[in-house]
Write a protein that binds this ligand. Structure first.
Ligand code: SF4
Length: 381
């Protein structure tokens, strides 16, 4: 892909809708203009991720991106078993050493134990290394006797992805060098070509027949889609949001004998829409709320964030026509419960306490659901 084509494509993706990841199906740094593209995306305000082998690149080239605070920077390293094929020479080791010392690597990824030539470097870096523990079926694209064929039944969703762009589910579409957009990095067979970002607008692709067919296929088993054979799909019934929905409907019919604090109290009697509001529309909201169906439990109609630059705007993580409201809006409402959709909620929780607005944090809900599932209903004994 040329840098000019990249600029044309990126202009069609609104910042804030998801991360721009340089990865998938090939080594991104083998494109001589990749550094320019990463700098351009970063300077345009996108979160940038890089997944690379660090092969075919020099330390001087890596130096050009050392100031980019990557949302994710994963370095694939050679393994002792020879599952991956690297030329481990002085040039490669020099680039690896330079990148460890000068860039912010998030983690190493290895298809086995680290190769003896890099083992010491990796260990002394203190950076986490993840090792592939099992073969991946790449959504059925790899036929191997060691892999059990997968065939999902019922309603499913995808567990990976950088988040949603205008409510595109949780897939992580890949743009190929000619601008065509495929469903995800599992789609080696190009089964789902959704459109082309050089010739089409993003919205056109989103509403196009192939993407709509994939969405339909996640509900309707009769539709032949890749996700049905993918180990990264999951039954929606097992999502925390759906387990919460089930727990709540069961809890409402059981009289409480023991009450375990305000969280249970709020969840048991939680208001119906529009009395429930969502506070905090950052990355956690973008990646979780619609993609993982929390909307089907909460059904909120009011979405609040403390960032003034978002007030009154429709952001990519929200459905069309819905705008962000300021926190002050909550003060004039009666009988609401706020769900704080963020990890660090101490400041907003203090504010909500001051305004006497009951609130509950999504991480506590998540933990509550997991404990409740694990303890087989002891919360409502
Ligand atoms: S579940 Fe579907 S969209 Fe997600 S990784 Fe698998 S094939 Fe791709």
């Amino acid at each position: 892909m040329s840098f000019d084509d990249f600029k044309t494509i990126i202009a069609k993706v609104p910042p804030g809708g998801g991360d721009i990841s340089f990865c998938g199906m090939s080594e991104p740094l083998h494109n001589p203009e990749c550094m320019d593209m990463m700098r351009y995306a970063y300077e345009k305000g996108y979160n940038v991720c890089l997944l690379t082998t660090l092969t075919g690149v020099t330390a001087a080239e890596m130096d050009r991106i050392k100031d980019i605070p990557f949302a994710q920077f994963v370095v694939h390293i050679p393994d002792a078993e020879g599952n991956s094929h690297f030329v481990v020479d002085e040039e490669y080791l020099g680039v690896l050493r330079y990148s460890i010392d000068n860039l912010q690597i998030t983690r190493f990824s290895c298809h086995g134990a680290p190769h003896h030539a890099v083992k010491g470097l990796i260990a002394s870096s203190g950076i986490q290394t993840s090792s592939a523990e099992a073969l991946h079926n790449r959504a059925g694209n790899i036929a191997d006797s060691l892999l059990t064929p997968i065939r999902w039944k019922g309603r499913i969703t995808c567990l990976i992805g950088a988040g949603c762009i205008e409510k595109m589910s949780h897939q992580h579409p890949v743009v190929m060098p000619d601008g065509s957009v495929v469903l995800c990095c599992m789609d080696f067979g190009l089964k789902h070509v959704l459109g082309n970002l050089l010739t089409q607008e993003w919205r056109e692709i989103l509403h196009g027949s192939e993407y709509q067919r994939v969405l339909k296929g996640q509900i309707d088993e009769a539709e032949d889609i890749l996700c049905r054979t993918c180990s990264l799909a999951v039954s929606t019934a097992s999502l925390p949001a759906m387990r919460l929905k089930k727990a709540l409907s069961e809890a409402r019919s059981v009289p409480p004998v023991h009450r375990r604090g305000s969280l249970v109290e709020l969840l048991r009697g939680y208001p119906r829409p529009p009395e429930l509001v969502i506070v905090g529309l950052g990355g956690l909201f973008r990646d979780q709320y619609f993609p993982f169906l929390w909307n089907e439990v909460f059904g909120a109609e009011l979405f609040v964030d403390s960032n003034p630059s978002l007030w009154g705007r429709n952001i990519p993580a929200l459905p069309p026509g819905v705008v962000v409201s300021p926190p002050q809006e909550l003060k004039r409402l009666q009988g609401i419960v706020a769900v704080t959709f963020m990890r660090n909620h101490s400041e907003i929780s203090r504010q909500l306490d001051e305004w006497n607005i009951p609130h509950v944090n999504i991480v506590d809900i998540f933990n509550f659901i997991n404990i409740q599932s694990a303890s087989q209903g002891c919360v409502y004994e």
